[in-house]
Design a protein. Structure first.
Length: 255
C-alpha cells in the first residue's frame, strides 16, 4: 500500500482530530515538545488512526496508561493543557482532556481508596506526585477560561477546582454552578455531580462524608470505610465525572 506523507505528516486517511491536535500543539508549544507529541508528528502509520476514537484512545494512553502514572506522564500534562484552552479543539474533546487531567491529579487517592487496605498495584508515589503537581500548575489557567467555556467543559473544570481548592475558587463555585442546579434535579448524573461539588466546596468534612455514604448507597461503587475520607471522596467524584462524560457523549452522538 502506497501512502504519501508531507513534512507535517498529513496522512490521507488520518483522523480529523489528529490534525486539529497537531495544529494546536504546533502553535502553542515550542521545541522540545513532550515525548507524547510524537504521536501527532511521527511518520509511522498506525492502522487504527483512521478513526478519531481509536487515535484518541492511543494518544491519551501514552500520557496516562491504564490509569497509571508513568515517568513521562507529568511531561504530557502541558500537551493536555494546551489542547484544553484552544477553541479549535471541539468542546467534547476539551471535556475529555480536562477529565484526563482530573484523573492524573487524583490517581493516587483514587487507587488508595479502591484497594484499601492493600497497597495499590503499580503505585509509584514519585511519578504520581510529579504528575499531580504538573496538573496543579496549569489549573489556574484552565479555570480562568470559565466564562467563555461551554456548559460541558465547565462541568469538568468544576471537578479540577475542588481537587486544587483555593480561597478564591471555592466560593466562586456556588454562583457558577447555580444554573446547573436549577436545570438538573437530584437523581440525575449532572444534578448529583454538581451538588456533590458544592458540598466539597463548602469544606464541611462531616457533611462531605455523609454525602459520600449517601451517594455510594444510592448508585456508586463503594470503597472501604477504613480508607481516608479524602481518597474515598475523589474516588466517588471520579466515577461521577466519568458518568457525566458518558452522558454528554451519548447526547452529542444523538443516542
Amino acid at each position: 500500500m502506497s501512502m504519501r506523507t508531507s513534512d507535517r505528516n498529513d496522512l490521507p486517511d488520518e483522523p480529523p482530530i489528529r490534525r486539529v491536535f497537531r495544529d494546536v500543539i504546533t502553535d502553542r508549544l515550542t521545541d522540545p515538545r513532550p515525548p507524547q507529541a510524537a504521536m501527532l508528528f511521527q511518520s509511522s502509520v498506525d492502522p487504527f488512526w483512521t478513526v478519531d476514537r481509536f487515535f484518541l484512545a492511543d494518544f491519551y494512553s501514552e500520557i496516562l496508561h491504564q490509569d497509571t502514572c508513568l515517568p513521562h506522564t507529568a511531561d504530557g500534562v502541558p500537551l493536555l493543557a494546551a489542547l484544553a484552552i484552544d477553541n479549535r479543539v471541539p468542546p467534547q474533546d476539551r471535556f475529555q482532556v480536562i477529565s484526563l487531567l482530573f484523573s492524573i491529579a487524583t490517581v493516587a487517592d483514587r487507587h488508595l481508596a479502591e484497594y484499601w487496605p492493600d497497597t495499590p498495584p503499580y503505585a509509584d508515589p514519585g511519578n504520581e506526585n510529579r504528575a499531580r503537581e504538573a496538573v496543579r500548575s496549569c489549573t489556574p489557567v484552565l479555570l480562568a477560561r470559565w466564562a467563555p467555556e461551554c456548559p460541558a467543559v465547565r462541568l469538568a473544570l468544576a471537578g479540577l477546582a475542588v481537587v486544587f481548592p483555593t480561597a478564591r475558587t471555592l466560593p466562586a463555585l456556588t454562583p457558577r454552578l447555580e444554573g446547573f442546579v436549577e436545570q438538573h434535579p437530584r437523581g440525575t448524573d449532572i444534578g448529583d455531580y454538581v451538588r456533590f461539588i458544592l458540598v466539597l466546596a463548602a469544606g464541611n468534612d462531616a457533611h462531605t462524608l455523609t454525602t459520600v455514604e449517601s451517594l455510594t448507597t444510592a448508585a456508586w461503587e463503594g470503597t472501604s470505610r477504613g480508607a481516608p475520607a479524602s481518597a474515598r471522596t475523589l474516588h466517588l467524584l471520579g466515577q461521577m465525572l466519568n458518568r457525566v462524560g458518558t452522558g454528554l457523549t451519548r447526547s452529542h452522538s444523538g443516542e
